[in-house]
Design a protein around this ligand. Structure first.
Ligand SMILES: Cc1cc2nc3c(=O)[nH]c(=O)nc-3n(C[C@H](O)[C@H](O)[C@H](O)COP(=O)(O)OP(=O)(O)OC[C@H]3O[C@@H](n4cnc5c(N)ncnc54)[C@H](O)[C@@H]3O)c2cc1C
Ligand SMILES: *[C@@H]1O[C@H](CO)[C@@H](O)[C@H](O)[C@H]1NC(C)=O
Length: 407
């Protein structure tokens, strides 16, 4: 038996619950289907302990519910989860959990969405509109590395990293230079782990304050001017990072964010650790200890910088427990953390793309025209602009559907 509704929403992350909340306010019936057993599973089950929202709270709120005045400017993970749980109950969002959507087809003017729960049970949901809210981070991505399957140590993805506790006194390599990779390297080092990082692509490094100032200035100044200011501030604070093995893109950080969805790294202290040699290409002193929870105890200080640049380039291949880099240097590690990002899974289950998605499962159109396709198909949370973009998507989609229904 198919369950009939007006809007089927797939995914109960921030995007799915915000869209459902906006539809509820406009009295449009909807169903939210979620594969996990709770909402916001990325935040609850797939993120590390020390995670905080990277942007100030006014850029991270969902529609119609600002953060309380006494909330910190940069909300920690636990506070954000608390906010999302309150949001769900306040706007009476009731996702159906443990429903993994495996296909959605458009037939006779309706979307027919098939969800599996458990091993065998299959349910069908039918609606005039379909909102894809399965996220840009639906599936882990780990690049192919020759020999990785024979690596004796631990291999994990950043979504499985909780904290540095289990790596104390080990040699760990972090691969990737996004916010997750940089922050996980920082966290490991705080736990006294002998930490190294491999960075392949050029990145911009900014502080969260620089990002905040930049976002503010973008209201009045052209992007190129804001980029100029941000890059000068970064240079002033960090100096020339290429000597440490970190290259900077030629195009500016805000320009790249707008046009390619690549985010600058928001430094949490990792650069300082790279400069002091706490994060480096091996050869650590044997005894190294620090209390990761007590900021007043300084972590081990090094007297001399290591002879080579501290940051490793790309991996070349793995041989046993030894990782060889494209520079030719080969080092043994106990574990590798791949902070190499995610992929969308839209292509796997959305059988008719309403001309909305490209082959990578991302919208064909860049914002602000990315959220609406043909045949009553929408996507929320695919503008590569985090929670800020999600709020806008949810409001636009709910308004559009309500307008169509009232015609
Ligand atoms: C470590 C980390 C830190 C981040 N920090 C920030 C930040 O500070 N600020 C910011 O703005 N953004 C941040 N982001 C980006 C973040 O992904 C978004 O802000 C937000 O969580 C995305 O929400 P979403 O609802 O689009 O996707 P998700 O939160 O990924 O939710 C999608 C949901 O869909 C479900 N789902 C997927 N496939 C199916 C299926 N086939 N059937 C049923 N359900 C399905 C998933 O289980 C998931 O619950 C961060 C991301 C990561 C990984
Ligand atoms: C995810 O975390 C939440 C909250 O801690 C918990 O209720 C839920 O059972 C967890 N789900 C999985 C699959 O671990």
């Amino acid at each position: 038996m198919a369950q009939e509704t007006v809007v089927v929403i797939v995914g109960a992350g921030p995007a799915g619950i915000a869209t459902s909340a906006c539809l509820n306010r406009l009295s449009v019936p909807n169903v939210v289907l979620e594969r996990e057993d709770c909402c916001a599973s990325l935040w609850k089950n797939r993120s590390y302990d020390r995670l905080k929202l990277h942007l100030a709270k006014q850029y991270c709120q969902l529609p119609n519910m600002p953060f309380p005045d006494d909330a910190p400017t940069f909300v920690p993970k636990s506070g954000f989860i608390h906010y999302l749980d309150n949001y769900v109950s306040r706007f009476k969002v009731n996702p159906l959990y443990s429903r993994s959507v495996r296909s959605a087809v458009y037939e006779g003017g309706r979307w027919r969405v098939e969800a599996v729960s458990g091993e065998t049970s299959v349910e069908m949901f039918v609606g005039r509109f379909l909102v894809v809210a399965t996220g840009e981070n639906s599936e882990r991505f780990v690049p192919k590395v020759v020999g990785l399957e024979g690596f004796g140590g631990g291999v994990l993805h950043s979504s499985e990293y909780v904290n540095g506790e289990r790596f104390r006194d080990k040699d760990v390599l972090v691969v990737g230079s996004g916010n997750s990779g940089m922050e996980i390297a920082f966290d490991l080092s705080n736990y006294g782990v002998r930490t190294a990082i491999s960075i392949r692509s050029p990145v911009h490094v900014l502080t969260k304050e620089m990002v905040q100032v930049g976002m503010y200035l973008l209201k009045w100044l052209p992007c190129s001017a804001v980029d100029g200011i941000a890059q000068s501030l970064s240079k002033l604070k960090y100096g020339d990072l290429s000597q440490y093995g970190i290259r900077t893109p030629t195009k500016g950080p805000f320009y790249l964010k707008r046009t390619t969805a690549r985010s600058p790294v928001i430094d949490v202290g990792t650069i300082d650790k790279i400069k002091t040699g706490e994060i480096r290409q091996g050869s650590w002193p044997k005894a190294m200890s620090s209390d990761p929870l007590d900021d007043s105890i300084p972590t081990t200080k090094y007297h001399a910088l290591p002879p080579s640049v501290p940051v490793f380039p790309s991996l070349s291949h793995v041989k046993g427990d030894t990782i060889e880099f494209v520079s030719g240097k080969a080092v043994q590690f106990d574990a590798i953390v791949f902070a190499t990002g995610y992929r969308t899974t839209v292509r796997k289950w959305l059988k008719d793309d309403g001309d909305l998605f490209n082959d990578n499962g991302m919208p064909k159109q860049r914002p602000p025209n990315h959220w609406k396709g043909n045949k009553g198909l929408y996507c929320a949370g695919f503008s590569s602009s985090g929670l800020f973009g999600i709020s806008q998507d949810a409001e636009n989609i709910a308004k559009d559907i309500s307008t169509i229904l009232n015609q």
